[in-house]
Design a protein around this ligand. Structure first.
Ligand code: SF4
Length: 776
């Protein structure tokens, strides 16, 4: 393998100095830890990274950084981060050489395929892959080589509903309108807490700064959330909705506006099909009829509807609380319906579409042309849950492993995932993983899931790999592009992440552990070049593939693919076809141009993209897609449903990042964060005291957890953060173990999903709560 690394020496703006014999350099890179994509400034000496702070010149983040961003050094230096592969021998994980590890991976995977067939293979892909160029580009060859349809990802933990509603409405799962916060007059957020999460499915650094700037110019923030979150504290109005009822609230907002004759889609209306049908179908959801179910006074719902309609511009945005719920897809759809009927879809200050520099399906091919979108072409074996976007819902992964019969999953590959902590009914999945016949993990930690693996192959740390947010920049609130080369070199003998995935792909094809990974790399780039020259609407239509490949040389690996995507993207140089500037003042994009601009390239504010962004079959915004309309009957049925004694919701914390950053001491020290929030009225009813313990039980499990009494949750709602529970045997996470916390997914129910998407329901879980002594 001789990957051509784009080294820091090529970056002209890098500053180097020598003093006292030690060399010091300053480098810039995008933080890969969350969706915000902040620019970082790193000081690097011979001893490694010595300081990290926000890059004040970054075109998007302007110096913003959160407490997690500065811990890239601690993550790299973490003694528990795996530097060498592990294999299980005699019930223990022991370090081996890379050659031995791949031989063992070959024995495990090839053996399992031989014994059980490819239909018995499963894959789980975790959330960090969304931030990882190699993960996004080289997983596909691995999945194809495994030849299985049993693919599960973190998308069906928390975002598939938004992907589906967007695919039906606009023709693409990542054609998701994002709130134009920097220009809006009113922001309505449902189930979102960016003061803690830094935003999601809407990429922007410094949500707090952007929101406060909006308020400073007279804008208004309304937060709809069962909890008075830090974001709700900042709001001009907080509506404490009952968990899981956002779809009812949004439907009533539409009906309220329809009753008042205020359906006004504006310019976007010219490209919409089926809006009258939607308005008619929602007519039964009035502010009065949903008020009791949502727990909000009908007059407040009317007021909300009128304020959105009256605002010069407004953006409605829904996130985790709306998507990890029983009606996640309907709620996701209705967010965009409200934006549409108030004239805010695709206008400045409303909900708009990014135009990404690379990788976006909505900038390729013929405009307003698509092949339609379906779910359920493939169904899960045991429960018959509908698959979508090439995946099955993660909520059925455990039963696919532990239910005997033809097609039972007998071997797994996981890539940067910890589903034992992050997916529903954890105890069942934990037991199921323990019973696998073979398991290969690609992961930097021996964690609660990978402790079951036969082989663990650790990729390089985030500082040792290049970074470009291929997926997340498709959801940016401002069009930007930035590439970061690796900050630190690979360890001796350490394969790059793409090479690990490529080698596993070759093993899965039966080519053994020693085949040449460059074959896979060449196949991947060849397929992308073929697609580019075959796109009659693209900038290199009809060109010679050899000429394009030669222009990309001598790069290999993810950087070669990225260069190709940038150059054939909407701002690219088209390999010479676009000589002029697409954006004034910005050279046509190539990877070299990004390398010359380590603070990123500003491609301008979002601009209206209807109708060219559409890839639906009709070329219109399909607002009345049949599956969505059909699901309204299910929504109507909940209006009369009794309210459980208590329901569980999740909680975000600025210092926590799902399950995998709890081994960083600076992020977990201080007061315990994994506590159960209980309203004072409930605490007295259930005989709980602040600082005491509660037993929480659901249909599938029970936990004991420290109690924090607070009026930040509405009565009848308890809240527990996710990603904790680091007290299982066999993990190698010493800091996390000392701050173990409680796994909230012991309580979430794998049998309850959003019917349309199969997405896990992690919010609104019925639970019984009581003091430990009386209920244990
Ligand atoms: S907000 Fe996200 S991207 Fe920005 S520094 Fe924090 S973790 Fe990194």
């Amino acid at each position: 393998m001789h990957t051509v690394r784009v080294t820091l020496i090529d970056v002209p703006t890098e500053r180097r100095s020598t003093g006292g014999g030690a060399s010091t350099r300053t480098v810039f890179r995008t933080c890969p830890l969350c969706e915000a994509g902040c620019g970082l400034e790193l000081t690097v000496t011979d001893d490694g990274v010595t300081r990290i702070r926000g890059d004040r010149n970054d075109v998007f983040s302007r110096g913003y950084i959160c407490p997690k961003g500065s811990t890239l050094r601690q993550l790299h230096d973490d003694p528990d981060r795996l530097r060498a592969p592990l294999v299980r021998r005699g019930g223990r994980h022991v370090e081996v050489t890379w050659a031995e590890a791949f031989e063992e991976a070959d024995r495990v995977l090839s053996g399992a395929i031989e014994r059980h067939g490819r239909g018995a293979m499963g894959v789980y892909v975790g959330n960090p892959n969304a931030h990882n160029l190699a993960g996004l580009l080289y997983l596909r060859p691995l999945l194809k080589s495994l030849g299985t349809r049993n693919v599960f990802t973190a998308s069906t933990v928390d975002q598939r509903p938004k992907e589906l509603s967007s695919a039906w409405m606009f023709g693409g799962g990542l054609t998701i309108p994002v709130p134009d916060i920097d220009r809006t007059h009113m922001l309505v957020m449902l189930g979102a807490n960016p003061y803690e999460s830094n935003g999601s499915l809407a990429t922007a650094p410094d949500w707090p700064g952007r929101i406060e700037a909006m308020q400073a110019r007279g804008g208004r923030l309304v937060v709809v959330d069962p909890r008075r979150t830090r974001t709700a504290d900042q709001a001009d109005q907080h509506l404490a909705i009952r968990p899981g009822t956002d779809a009812l609230l949004l439907a009533a907002v539409v009906t309220c506006l329809a009753r008042d004759g205020r359906i006004a889609p504006g310019d976007a209306g010219r490209y919409v099909a089926g809006l009258d049908e939607v308005v008619r179908a929602l007519a039964g959801f009035t502010p009065e009829s949903v008020s009791a179910a949502v727990g909000i006074d009908a007059r407040d719902i009317e007021r909300l509807a009128h304020e959105i309609a009256d605002a010069p511009s407004a953006a409605v945005y829904g996130r985790i609380g709306t998507t990890t719920a029983e009606f996640g897809t309907l709620a996701s759809w209705l967010v965009d319906v409200v934006n549409l009927v108030t004239g805010n879809l695709d206008r400045p200050g409303g909900a708009m579409f990014a135009k990404a520099a690379a990788g976006a399906a909505n900038t390729r091919g013929r405009e307003r042309y698509g092949r339609g979108f379906n779910v359920g072409r493939h169904r899960s074996r045991v429960r018959g849950l509908a698959g979508s976007m090439g995946e099955l819902p993660v909520a059925c992964m455990a039963e696919e492993i532990d239910t005997p019969g033809e097609g039972q999953l007998r071997a797994m590959v996981t890539v940067a995932g910890n589903p034992v902590l992050s997916t529903p009914n954890s105890d069942r999945l934990d037991a199921a993983m323990a019973g696998l016949d073979g398991y290969v993990a690609v992961d930097i930690y021996l964690n609660e899931t990978t402790r079951h693996a036969d082989v663990i192959l650790p990729p390089p740390s985030a500082l040792q790999r290049g970074h470009y947010d291929l997926a997340l920049l498709q959801l940016a609130l401002h069009n930007v592009a930035n590439y970061s080369p690796p900050v630190l070199p690979l360890d001796d003998g350490q394969p790059d992440e793409w090479a690990i995935l490529a080698r596993l792909a070759l093993i899965a094809q039966g080519m053994g552990p020693d085949a040449d990974v460059e074959v896979v790399d060449d196949l991947v780039v060849g397929a992308l070049v073929d697609a580019a020259v075959g796109d009659e609407h693209g900038p290199v239509a009809g060109r010679d593939r050899a000429e394009i490949l030669e222009a990309l040389a001598p790069r290999t690996g993810p950087e070669r693919l990225l260069d190709l995507m940038l150059r054939t993207g909407p701002y690219g140089d088209g390999f010479g076809a676009r000589a002029g500037q697409v954006v004034p003042g910005v050279a046509p994009l190539t990877l070299d141009v990004l390398l010359e601009n380590p603070h990123g390239v500003d491609l301008g504010p979002l601009e209206p993209r209807l109708p060219e962004v559409l890839r639906t079959e009709s070329g219109m915004v399909e607002v009345a897609a049949e599956p969505l309309m059909a699901d309204l009957a299910r929504l109507e049925a909940v209006l009369d449903r009794p309210v459980p004694q208590a329901v569980l919701v999740g909680r975000r914390d600025l210092r926590s990042n799902n399950s995998w950053m709890h081994n960083v001491n600076v992020l977990v020290k201080g007061r315990p964060r994994c506590t159960l929030h209980v309203h004072p009225d409930d605490a007295s009813r259930w005989e709980l005291v602040d600082g005491g313990s509660a037993r929480v039980a659901s249909r599938v499990g029970a936990v004991e957890v420290p109690v924090e009494v607070t009026d930040a949750v509405r009565p009848g709602v308890v809240s527990l953060p996710h990603g904790w529970g680091h007290d299982l045997d066999g993990i190698r996470l010493e800091v996390a173990r000392a701050h173990a916390g409680t796994n909230s997914n012991v309580l979430t129910d794998d049998q309850v999903v959003d019917d349309l998407s199969g997405n896990a329901v992690l919010n609104g879980i019925p639970v019984e709560v009581g003091p430990v002594a009386s209920t244990a």
